[in-house]
Design a protein around this ligand. Structure first.
Ligand code: GLN
Length: 552
C-alpha cells in the first residue's frame, strides 16, 4: 500500500480536498486502484450531529455513515464508494482507545496520547486503506489521506505525530507528503509572498515531517522566482513546488497538476508505473473543455433554508451541475430563502417577499432540497404549489417530497391544516408521519440512514426512463418521517402517483404527478450518488425538463 498524505497550512478552505481528490484521480488514471481517508481532528464522532450551516453538508454513505463533505469529493472524483471508517475523527480514535482501556487491553499501562492514540490512528489507516472501494472487491493500491484543519492546530497534533511515525512503519518509499499552502499577493508591487508558506513548512518540519511536494494556492501562476525562493527556504526541490492558481472550472485542477508533471513525479517517488495511454485522463480533459464551452444557461430556483452557506447543499449543487453539463448548459442556481415566500414576509420584509417570488417565477425549474426543522416549511409548500399549478418542473428531495405531499393533501384533497407531524404534532390531517425503521409503533428507532432499495411499481413513469429501465434502484437515505400509508389511496386517486416504494411497499420512495411535465419527488437523497459524467437521474430529469421548457 502506498500513501499520499495531503496536509494544509496557513489557513483552511484552500482546497485541500480538491487537491487530494485530484491527485487520487491522476493516480487512478495510471490504472491503479485508489482509496481515500479523511481525518477530521474534531471531537464529534461523526458529522451527523453537526449543523450544515456551520460545517457544510453532512454527506451520507451507502453504509449509513454521516461524514464530512470531502468524502463526497472523493466519491465523485474517483468514482468510488467509501465506508464510514474512511472518515477518521478524534472522537472515534479516543472512543476506541478508552473502550479498550475499560476492557483491560492495556495490561496495567498508563494510557497516553503517544503511543496509544498515535498507534490507534496508524492501525486505523492501515486497516481502512485496504477496504475495497471500486465495487469489484479488490484491495486498493494507493490511499490518499487528507488531514483536515491546518498543521499547528492543537487538535491535529496527535495526527501529525501519528503520520510522522507512520512514514517509518510503511517505509519512506511508500509515503509521499503533499502540503497545501497559500501564496498571497500583497501591496501595490504585486509580489507573491512566500513567508506564510515558509512558516507552515517550518512548523511541519519541527514536527518531524518534511513535505515532498508543495501545492501553492495563488491567484496567478507561481513565478519562477517564487518557486526558487520556496525551494530554498522550505527544503523542497524546485520541480516539486506546484502552482495551484485559479482555473476556469474545478475539473481543471487535476489537469493543472498533470501539466506540471505531478503524476510522473509522485509515481516515481512511490515506484508506480507511468503509462502513456490514459483514457480516463483524456475523458477528464474533454469534460473540462466541455464545461468551459457551455453557452446556454438553465436556472433552477433552490428553495431552502440555509441559503447563506452554499456548502450546506454541496452535493445538491454538484448533482445540478452534472445534469446541466449533460444537457449542455451552465447551471445557474437562484437561491430563494423559503421564508421569503411566506405571506408574513410581505409585511415584515416586503423587499425580500417581492424578490423571492420574482426569483421563483423567473426560474426554469424548482428544487426543494432536504432539511430538518420548522423554518421555511410554509414557503416550501407554496413553492411546490406554484410549480404544480403552473406546470413548472419540480424536484423535491426528501423534505421536498414531503412538502409536495402536504401541499397536495391541503389543496387538491382539500384537507386544510394537513401537515407533517414533525412540524405540527396535532395536525388534523397527518400527511407525513414519524415512521422509524422496523416498527410503526416503536418510537425508539431513529433515522433511516444509508442505502435502501426502491422498487419501481409501474413501467409507465418517468422514474423508469430516468433510471434506464431499472426497476430496483439503490439510493441513500437520511430521514425519520414518511408519507402516511393511510392516505396513499386518497392521494393516488387524485393523481399523485407513488411509483417507487420500499421492498415492503410500506414506505413511499418516489412520487410523480400525472399530467404534469415533470413533478417528481424522492424520499431518498439522490444527490449523493451523482457523478460528473453520470448525473443523478432525478436531478437530470429536473434539469432536462427545465431546459426544454425554455424553448417551448
Ligand atoms: N425532516 C424530514 C425527515 O426527517 C426530512 C429529512 C431530510 O430532508 N433529510 O423525514
Amino acid at each position: 500500500m502506498r500513501y499520499v498524505i495531503v496536509s494544509g497550512g496557513v489557513l483552511s478552505g484552500l482546497g485541500k480536498g480538491v487537491t487530494a481528490s485530484s491527485i487520487g484521480m491522476l493516480l487512478k488514471s495510471l490504472g491503479y486502484r485508489v482509496t481515500a481517508i479523511k481525518i477530521d481532528p474534531y471531537l464529534n464522532s461523526d458529522a451527523g450531529t453537526m449543523s450544515p450551516f456551520e460545517h457544510g453538508e453532512v454527506f451520507v454513505l451507502d453504509d449509513g455513515g454521516e461524514v464530512d463533505l470531502d468524502l463526497g469529493n472523493y466519491e465523485r472524483f474517483l468514482d468510488i464508494t467509501l465506508t464510514r471508517d474512511n472518515n477518521l475523527t478524534t472522537g472515534k480514535v479516543y472512543a476506541n482507545v478508552i473502550e479498550g482501556e475499560r476492557r483491560g487491553d492495556y495490561l496495567g499501562k498508563t494510557v497516553q496520547v503517544v503511543p496509544h492514540i498515535t498507534n490507534e490512528i496508524q492501525d486505523w489507516m492501515d486497516r481502512v486503506a485496504s477496504i475495497p472501494v471500486d465495487g469489484n472487491g479488490d484491495e486498493p493500491d494507493v490511499c490518499i489521506v487528507e488531514l483536515g484543519g491546518t498543521v499547528g492546530d492543537i487538535e491535529s497534533a496527535p495526527f501529525v505525530e501519528a503520520l510522522r511515525q507512520f512514514q517509518f512503519r510503511v517505509g519512506k518509499e511508500n509515503f509521499v507528503l503533499v502540503h497545501v499552502s497559500l501564496v498571497p499577493v500583497v501591496g501595490v508591487v504585486g509580489e507573491q509572498k512566500t513567508k506564510p508558506t515558509q512558516h507552515t513548512v517550518k512548523e511541519l518540519r519541527a514536527a518531524g515531517l518534511s513535505p515532498d511536494f508543495l501545492v501553492c494556492r495563488s491567484e496567478e501562476p507561481l513565478e519562477q522566482a517564487t518557486k526558487d525562493k520556496l525551494a530554498l527556504f522550505c527544503h523542497v526541490s524546485p520541480s516539486h513546488i506546484l502552482s495551484a492558481h485559479d482555473v476556469s472550472n474545478l475539473y481543471r485542477v487535476p489537469l493543472l497538476l498533470e501539466e506540471q508533471n505531478t503524476t510522473a513525479m509522485i509515481a516515481e517517488k512511490l515506484g508506480l508505473e507511468m503509462t502513456a495511454d490514459r483514457p480516463q485522463l483524456d475523458a477528464w480533459r474533454e469534460m473540462a473543455d466541455h464545461v468551459d464551452s457551455l453557452e446556454n444557461e438553465v436556472t433552477i430556483a433552490m428553495v431552502g433554508k440555509y441559503t447563506g452557506l452554499t456548502d450546506s447543499y454541496l452535493s445538491v449543487i454538484k448533482a445540478l451541475q452534472h445534469s446541466a453539463f449533460k444537457v449542455g448548459a451552465k447551471m445557474n442556481i437562484s437561491w430563494v430563502d423559503a421564508t421569503g415566500l411566506e405571506p408574513e414576509s410581505e409585511s415584515k420584509d416586503p423587499e425580500l417577499y417581492a424578490k423571492s417570488w420574482q426569483d421563483l417565477k423567473a426560474a426554469d425549474g424548482v428544487l426543494v432540497p432536504g432539511g430538518f426543522g420548522n423554518r421555511g416549511i410554509e414557503g416550501m409548500i407554496l413553492a411546490a404549489q406554484y410549480a404544480r399549478e403552473n406546470h413548472v418542473p419540480y424536484l423535491g428531495v426528501c423534505l421536498g417530497l414531503q412538502v409536495a405531499v402536504i401541499e397536495f393533501t391541503r389543496n387538491v384533497l382539500g384537507k386544510a391544516g394537513a401537515n407533517s407531524t414533525e412540524f405540527d404534532e396535532d395536525t388534523p390531517h397527518p400527511a407525513v408521519i414519524f415512521m422509524p425503521e422496523g416498527s410503526r409503533t416503536h418510537m425508539g428507532g431513529t433515522m433511516r440512514l444509508g442505502s435502501r432499495q426502491t422498487n419501481i411499481q409501474t413501467e409507465d413513469c418517468a422514474a423508469v426512463r430516468l433510471y434506464d429501465g431499472a426497476t430496483e434502484i439503490h439510493e441513500r437515505h437520511r430521514h425519520r418521517y414518511e408519507v402516511n400509508p393511510d392516505m396513499i389511496a386518497d392521494l393516488e386517486s387524485a393523481g399523485l402517483q407513488f411509483v417507487g416504494k420500499d421492498t415492503e411497499a410500506q414506505r413511499m420512495e418516489i412520487i410523480e404527478l400525472a399530467g404534469h411535465k415533470f413533478f417528481f419527488g424522492t424520499q431518498y437523497h439522490p444527490e449523493f450518488k451523482s457523478r460528473p459524467n453520470r448525473p443523478s437521474p432525478p436531478f437530470f430529469g429536473l434539469v432536462e425538463a427545465a431546459f426544454a421548457s425554455q424553448t417551448n
